[in-house]
Structure formats: structure tokens, C-alpha cells
Design a binder for this molecule. Structure first.
Ligand SMILES: Cc1ncc(COP(=O)(O)O)c(C=O)c1O
Length: 392
């Protein structure tokens, strides 16, 4: 099978599969176009579907011996070595049910109730929840756009937060929603701050594989100063579009950190290792490269389409440079509409985006556009947005 433009243009009909993106009438009216929640409207790699079918074919779904998890972790390490040049070892990894669980585990492990956790905002909404649900405080470090709508890392703001006592840095690398691919220089400076204030870094690297040339992804664990104080969280879920299976991993180079994550999981009652998820992740990490390379070529074209569309048809909008992720951060403040008003207008026109305030108050007047879909769907959704903005 070739994973070319025609393959991704064909997409997959997800309606009627109890799918959050398409089948929730509160989010999307009948006949609507979803460009919201971050999963993609493409079938997963054939090798992944085949692995799940193969495992399901044996009609006994009992406890696994541990071999499946070992195989999955070995495949994950090989993938990260191959694609990101990171020499991970199996004993440095811990299996998690999902990435957000990993954030919560790290909050509990590295901070005490009442402590502040520093995070660059706007950021993926559940980051705040991971902090607040554990009785900690979110110390928001605002990211501010430059002339081009690009968001440099706010190192000064981070230092202020650490000076004021924040005990953990919660990083999103690359950053959802502002589509930033943090550079090695930025990450090194961040790690130096973490060292100076003796705090840990938990780095959510779920979007690591969605990076566009000439950018190169920098894993936090490859940053010298971060090596002894960082926990990386990763998953096949975004990369291979298998989020519903729920499978992720934490990794740290310091054995004491890996062990501490394992212990905190046990104490918190968190277990992982769903047999179908492990079969899928193993296949994805082992046999998914060709599909992933095709996907990245397609998304690169869609990213350009989104920019051209915005410039041609939404002259008052500003799209931040999309260096990473399949999510565009669209500044619509010049239209003078709140996220609530945007949502109501978009619903009337039959299109759904993620409102900017989901990522924090700085997101007022912004929408996040998910372009992980066939291009005709992206254009149809953007046409509807254009009509929504033109409404009297
Ligand atoms: C930055 C980020 N982290 C985590 C998640 C969710 O990951 P999981 O389902 O593994 O908790 C998402 C999903 O959109 C995300 O964008």
C-alpha cells in the first residue's frame, strides 16, 4: 500500500463510531465539519489494525505475562533511537495508561500540596487540571507572540515563577496550542534555570513526531543539563492515531527518577498494560514508519494550505507559524468576538474548533484548528468559519 496524497485524501468515515470528534451533538451539529479535538480523520497504519485484529482473534483476554510489555517498550526505545536519536533503554521507561496520568504522577511526586507548578500558557487545558486536582497551584508563565505571531519561550517569566517558589516545570514540547518547536537553545536555557532553582522538569512530548522541515525535534532527555532532572512523557497515541487505546510511557535517564515514578504509580493505584494497546503500540513503533512518513508529507501540505487559506480569505486573522503539531493557532481578535461568540457562530454554520480559552485566559479570541484530516474537510471547515466571521 502506498501512503500518498490519495490515501490521506480518502480519509475515513468515523461517524456512528461513538467518536468524540464527530458523534457528540453538543459539539457538532448534524452534517457539521469537525476541526477540533486532537485526533486525526485518517485510518491508522494497516500494521497497527492488523496487530489488534491478530490479538483479538484469540478469544482469551486474560492477564499478560509481561512479555508483551517488554516487547512494546523495546519497540518504543528503538523508535525513539531511530527517529529522534535518543538512546533510551527499556529499564529507563515505565508504561502509563496515558500522558495526562504521567503529568499527574509527576505533580504528586515532585511537589507538595499548595506548591506552585510553572507552565507556559496558553497550554493544553488538562495541564491546569493535573495541577489543581492535586491541590497544587498553577503558576502561569505567559507566552507572548512576536510580530509574526511566533511565541518565543518566556525564560524571564519562568525565572520569576521559580524565584517566587514554583517547584516543578511542566513543559509541552512541542507546544500545544501555539505550534512551537522549542529549540535546543531554549531548552538548554530552561534546563539551566531548572538546575539553578533545583526543580524537576516533566516534559509532555506527545507531539514529538509532528515536526516540519527544517525543524528538528529536541527531546528534553537529550539536553545535557536536563538529564538528571527530567521526566519525558510520550505515546504512540497522537503519532499513530490510536488515542482511544490508551497507552503511554514515562522515561528518565536517572534511575532514581524512573523508580520514583514507578513507586508513585503503585501508591496512586495506577496500572497500565492493556493487551490491545500494547499490541498496537508495538506494531506502530516497529512497522509504522512508512505510514508516518506519508502522513507527515500530507500534513506538511495541509499546513501550507491552511496558511494560504488564511492569508487569502481571512485577512484580519493571524495564524502562528506552524513549526510542529497538526494544530494551527489562529488569532481572530481583530474580529472582536469572544470565544463564546465564535462558538455560537461556528455552530450555526456547522463547524467546530477548539476555543482558545480551553488553553487559558490568554486564548480569548483565538481558535485552534486541527488540520489532521483530508484537505477537502479542512477547506470546508474554513469556508464555514469564513461565513461565521462574515455574519452580521
Ligand atoms: C499536549 C497533550 N498532552 C496530552 C494529550 C492527551 O494525551 P493522553 O490521552 O495520552 O492523556 C494531548 C491530547 O490532545 C495533548 O495535546
Amino acid at each position: 500500500m502506498t501512503f500518498d496524497q490519495a490515501y490521506f485524501d480518502a480519509g475515513v468515515d468515523r461517524r456512528g463510531t461513538q467518536c468524540e470528534k464527530w458523534d457528540d451533538p453538543r459539539m457538532l451539529p448534524e452534517g457539521g465539519v469537525p476541526l477540533w479535538v486532537a485526533d486525526m480523520d485518517f485510518p491508522c497504519a494497516p500494521a497497527v489494525a492488523e496487530a489488534v485484529r491478530r490479538r483479538a482473534a484469540h478469544p482469551c483476554y486474560g492477564y499478560s505475562s509481561g512479555a508483551a510489555e517488554e516487547e512494546c517498550t523495546a519497540a518504543l526505545c528503538a523508535f525513539w533511537r531511530r527517529r529522534h536519536g535518543l538512546a533510551l533503554q527499556a529499564e529507563q521507561c515505565v508504561t502509563l495508561p496515558c500522558v495526562i496520568t504521567g503529568l499527574k504522577i509527576c505533580v504528586r511526586l515532585f511537589t507538595k500540596p499548595g506548591d506552585a507548578v510553572a507552565l507556559f500558557t496558553p497550554v493544553y487545558g488538562p495541564f491546569y487540571e493535573a495541577v489543581r486536582l492535586n491541590g497544587r497551584r498553577a503558576a502561569a508563565v505567559p507566552l507572548l507572540p512576536d510580530e509574526a505571531g511566533r511565541y518565543p519561550m518566556n525564560l524571564k517569566g519562568m525565572e520569576d515563577a521559580l524565584k517566587a517558589g514554583a517547584r516543578l516545570i511542566m513543559l509541552c514540547n512541542p507546544h500545544n496550542p501555539v505550534s512551537r518547536l522549542w529549540t535546543r537553545e531554549e531548552l538548554t536555557a530552561l534546563a539551566e534555570l531548572a538546575a539553578a532553582y533545583d526543580v524537576k522538569i516533566v516534559s509532555d512530548e506527545i507531539h514529538a513526531d509532528f515536526v516540519y522541515a527544517p525543524g528538528v525535534f529536541t527531546p528534553i532527555l537529550s539536553v545535557e543539563k536536563a538529564k538528571g532532572r527530567a521526566v519525558m512523557l510520550c505515546s504512540a497515541s497522537k503519532t499513530f492515531n490510536v488515542a482511544g487505546l490508551q497507552q503511554a510511557a514515562a522515561a528518565a535517564l536517572d534511575p532514581a527518577l524512573t523508580e520514583a515514578v514507578r513507586r508513585e504509580m503503585a501508591e496512586s493505584g495506577v496500572t497500565a498494560g492493556n493487551i490491545f494497546a500494547m499490541a498496537a503500540a508495538t506494531a506502530a513503533y516497529t512497522d509504522g514508519d512508512e505510514w508516518l512518513d506519508g502522513l507527515l508529507r500530507y500534513l506538511d501540505g495541509s499546513r501550507k494550505l491552511l496558511r494560504e487559506y488564511t492569508e487569502a480569505h481571512l485577512p484580519r486573522a493571524r495564524l502562528s507559524p506552524v513549526e510542529a503539531t497538526y494544530l494551527g493557532w489562529l488569532d481572530l481578535r481583530a474580529y472582536g468576538l469572544s470565544c463564546d461568540e465564535l462558538r455560537i457562530r461556528c455552530a450555526r454554520e456547522g463547524v467546530a474548533f477548539t476555543g482558545g480559552t480551553f488553553f487559558g485566559p490568554e486564548g480569548e479570541g483565538f481558535l485552534r484548528v486541527n488540520f489532521g484530516c483530508p484537505r477537502r474537510q479542512l477547506t470546508a471547515g474554513m469556508d464555514r468559519l469564513r461565513r461565521a466571521l462574515e455574519e452580521e
